[in-house]
Design a protein around this ligand. Structure first.
Ligand SMILES: [Zn+2]
Length: 61
């Protein structure tokens, strides 16, 4: 599961693997996850090695 911020809900939500809609490799070490929050809103999360290198800029996993 992921703990992600949903801008439409206005708070963090827990999202399970079944809510994963798309995984896109944007660049080397940068992966975009397209998720659906429990209320059905689309949430996009950037992850991967390149985003973890900048972890001090963002508290998100
Ligand atoms: Zn939502």
């Amino acid at each position: 599961m992921w703990n992600v911020y949903c801008a439409d809900c206005g708070h963090d939500v827990l999202v399970g693997y079944s809510r994963l809609r798309r995984v896109t490799n944007l660049a080397s070490g940068v992966i975009a996850l397209e998720l659906r929050c429990p209320a059905g809103h689309g949430v996009e999360v950037l992850t991967g090695r390149a985003t973890h290198d900048r972890a001090s800029d963002s508290p998100k996993p």
